[in-house]
Ligand binder design. Structure first.
Ligand SMILES: Nc1ncnc2c1ncn2[C@@H]1O[C@H](COP(=O)(O)OP(=O)(O)OP(=O)(O)O)[C@@H](O)[C@H]1O
Ligand SMILES: [Mg+2]
Length: 207
């Protein structure tokens, strides 16, 4: 049985779910003794494509493939498709130890976020939070954070910077820390270290 389940979801697509799932799994693989798997629940199989080449330190597969090897894993990270319905989101929140909702300031839909806040607000004690990805420090980010918090959505203090190193990582089928020829890639990896630390801190606070 796995002992930790972190899910990623968003009402909108293209907000950094797959990138986040891969890097949070990378962080878990670095710090845990048990096996880590990413469950690829997106039909486009972008997480699975990222894992081709065998350079990721964890397993990536469909739900069936992960179930078949369930004894091997103590931590699961679920990558979902973009554009989930609210009831699917609630189901994921129910089943998870932590639900992470990546969003991008530029593409953020406040209406969708308000809906999500309302739906998840009924969940009570379950741990969830918004993560700003592709983030650029500044007023827009600060405002977006404040608006979401006013909607009652918890927002991670940690953010993931905007960087082409993430595209390079996906093209090279590696974690961003292993991207060749990028000095900035290390900082991108450290962003996900802070994100993962904060997820653990928030889960502990809820426990
Ligand atoms: N921090 C970042 N900085 C710059 N580009 C990023 C960052 N995170 C992700 N991207 C890029 O943005 C695009 C969308 O990212 P990703 O595939 O992770 O999103 P997604 O939410 O999984 O999308 P989908 O809903 O289609 O599954 C990709 O091209 C990815 O390389
Ligand atoms: Mg994706």
């Amino acid at each position: 049985m796995s002992s930790l389940l972190i899910s990623l979801a968003s009402l909108k697509g293209g907000v950094g779910k797959t990138t986040s799932a891969i890097h949070i799994a990378g962080q878990l693989a670095r710090r845990e003794r048990g096996g880590v798997a990413v469950v690829d629940r997106d039909r486009t199989r972008s997480a699975t494509s990222w894992s081709r080449g065998g350079n990721l330190p964890f397993f990536v597969g469909t739900q069936d493939a992960v179930m078949r090897r369930a004894v091997d894993f103590s931590s699961l990270v679920i990558d979902s498709r973009g554009g989930l319905e609210n009831d699917e989101l609630l189901e994921m929140a129910e089943a998870s130890d932590f639900l992470l909702l990546p969003t991008n300031v530029e593409y953020m839909s406040l209406d969708a976020m308000a809906q999500t806040a309302e739906a998840l607000g009924e969940m009570g004690t379950k741990a969830f939070a918004v993560l700003f990805t592709m983030a650029k420090p500044g007023k827009r980010l600060d405002t977006a954070r404040r608006v979401l918090e006013e909607l009652g959505l918890p927002v991670l203090a940690a953010t993931v910077r905007q960087s082409d190193a993430f595209k390079d990582a996906s093209e090279q089928s590696v974690l961003v820390r292993d991207v060749r020829g990028s000095k900035l890639a290390k900082n991108c990896w450290l962003d996900y270290e802070s994100v993962t630390d904060e997820i653990f801190a928030r889960m502990e606070a809820k426990a």
